[in-house]
Every structure is written in structure tokens, then in C-alpha cells.
Design a protein around this ligand. Sequence first.
Ligand SMILES: [Zn+2]
Length: 445
Amino acid sequence: MTGFSMAIIAPLVRKHLSADALFRLIHNDFARLPDYRVGDTEIALADALMSAFAMFSLKAPSLLAFDKERAEGNLHTIYGIERVPCDTRMREILDPISPKWLRPAFKSVFRQLQRGKALEAMTWLDGHYLLALDGTGYFSSKTIHCTSCLRRVHRNGSMTYAHQMLGAAIIHPDQRAVIPLMPEPITNRDGTDKNDCERNAAKRFVAKLRQDHPHLKFIVTEDSLSANAPHIETLHAHDLRYILGVKEGDHAYLFQQVEAAEHAGRVTWYERHDRAAGIVHRFRFVNQVPLNASNADMHVNCIEYWEIQDAKVQHFSWVTDVRVSTRNVYSLMRGGRARWKIENETFNTLKNQGYNFEHNYGHGTQNLSVMFATMMMLAFLVDQTQQLCCALFRAVWTKLGSKRLLWERMRGLFYGYHLESMRELWEALWYGYERQRPLLLTDTS
Ligand SMILES: [Zn+2]
């Protein structure tokens, strides 16, 4: 690759948090997994796993497209893959593997973020991490199914098969990047019609979260479906704080208690004016009110918030176990409102920004569908790490203007040129690149 203008200095790359370093880390984790297969192990398990990772990392539109464009040179040099399986082989090898085998790779990347002090940018409110949890569906079919599909029988006897997961991401009101954690699949556990549900998935998720990160301080933020006593007890049992949405329709008793507190003079009103933006932030909050009639001993702190801009008023409410005061109510509101990042910056990015979350890369009969969805989240974690930590990545993204174009150009270079590293690829996109021109010999006679 020639034609670099050396006058432009490439933005900084943090070596241990670069895509190249993280690919090596993930490859090492995959290489440590025991091979479940007997007999034909011509393609190493780590190669099959790493190929699936590369497919999502490159945002290949389908497994077939990835198979067709197998540029073994760069897949070997950049992703460390010795032999890339064809699409059928990849499905066969990955289908029996439990997605939980990907957990070490999520942990390794997270540990690297901690070591590189990159997570400091994500701390919020007295050193806590704000952790957004939300369920999402990514597959639904009347015909294609596997043993882990959720099943819904219709009145006419027909069946709908679906896949859902409980997604989790560390978010920050002032940061666009999110740090996804290992999601918890919501699956049919034993091949019967007994469906798992989001609440059970949340229980499993927080137990594993505490195993992986016993000492980290988290404030969990979720929508109003999770503002119920059993879930709050689960969070408390795992030493997790919370900010949960509440709705007057679903939490009538709570709102009556707030009204009663208002009459008793126990609530606090607080207002903050943002004159530059022309916004009035109005709060009403009260500490220690019962959540509902059947759990009168479970007390929560309740915040109501009105955002007033011109003639437009938006109203939100939350419950939290953080004691609310005029000092922290504004921050708590921003934490509660940042919850949308799990929908917008995470699920919608995966669905609409080139990752093809709802596309069926192959369903398998056992775990393949869940495996691919989890692997895609791992590739997303590496991309978000670049977004948070790599100035070069951000500069190329800004230059190109959209993620879609960024991925398109990335694939163009990856499949068109021999490269040594992802860093070389990002630098080429930053500096501009030219095809190698042929050397012409001129006859001067
Ligand atoms: Zn399935």
C-alpha cells in the first residue's frame, strides 16, 4: 500500500486494547477450550470458533457470503485462524457447543478494559457502574426450530418458535459507547414446551455477574416490568443497587403513597433550569415508601420527573434504593433515562448498523442460534472497546460518517489487500490508500 501522506499523524492506538490485541486474547481463550469431538478433528475447535467470531467482526451479511469470500491470508494473519471451515462444517462443529463456553472471552476483554483503566470513563455516581438489563427477541419462525427455541402454541394448533436473550451493558449518560457483558439466553431448557422467562434469566444473570465480578459496584437500571418485589430482592441478595422505571398504571399503590406523602409534607420538590437549552427539570421525590400493598415492608425511594421544554412536557418516574436528595436527584434521573442505551445503542445497533442481529446465520438443532447471537455480542464488545479506547477507530468513523460505510470499507480492504494487522487497515482508511501501480519501464532509445 503506497500513497500515504506522512504529514498527517494517525491518532493514538492503545496497544493492549487494540483490535489486534483483543483478537489474540480471544483466540487464546478459544484455544484453551477442550475439544468435545472424537474422530474427525481436522479443523481445530479454536479455528471454528474464531471463524464465527471473524464473520461477525467483519459483519459478513451471511455465513455463505463469509464462506465465499474466505480470504485465508488475512483471516490467518489478523484473526490467527489456521484453517477456515466451510459453512456446513462451521455449523456442524458449533451446534453442540454450549454458549457458556464464550464466557471466558467476555471476561478476558473486560479484564483488559479494567487493566487499561478504560472503564474509568464509565464510572458514574460514587464509583458505580450503571448496568442496563433488557430482554430482546432476535428470531421467530413457524418452521425453523431447535431444542432451545421458545415455543408458543396457537389456538389453531400451529407453533411459533423464537429466541430471546437478556442483554446487559455497562452504560454511561455521557458516553456513546456501551460495554456489553455476556448475555443470558432465554431458552427452552429441556426440549419440552416449558418456556424460560426473562425473570428467571435475570436471576441466573445476576448470580453469574457476581461470580465474575464479586467486588464491582453496580447500579442496575431496567424498565418498569422489573420494578417488582421478588426482582428487587434478587438484586439486594447480590449486593446490587438499582434504578427501575415505574408506571402509574402498573404501580398505582406506590403513586398513592407518594400522594399521601405529599399531603403529609414529606416530599421534596426541586427544580433546575438549563437556560442555554431552554429546559426546566422539575423533580418530586420521597424516600422510604412501600412499593406495593402486598410487600408493605419493602420500601423504595421514588422519583418523579418532568422535563419541560417550550410547551412540551415529558414525565418519567423511577424507584431506587439510592437515598435521593437535591444533591443527587439530577444524576439519578440521567442514570434512569440512560437506560434507553441498551435498546438504542445496543439492540438497535445490532439490528440496524450492519451486524444483522435478526438475520438467521444458521439455526442448528441444539445451540447454534444462541451460539451465533452470543458470538455477535462478543464481536460487538470488541468494536465498542475500539469506539471507547481507540482514537484512530473514532477518527476513521468520523471521517466516513457512518458505521455502515465504515464496515463496508473495512471489508473492502480486508478482502482486497494483504494486511498485517487491523491497525494497518484502520491507518489505510485514515490516510487514504492507493492500489499498487505497476512499474513501467520506459524505452528511451
Ligand atoms: Zn431455536
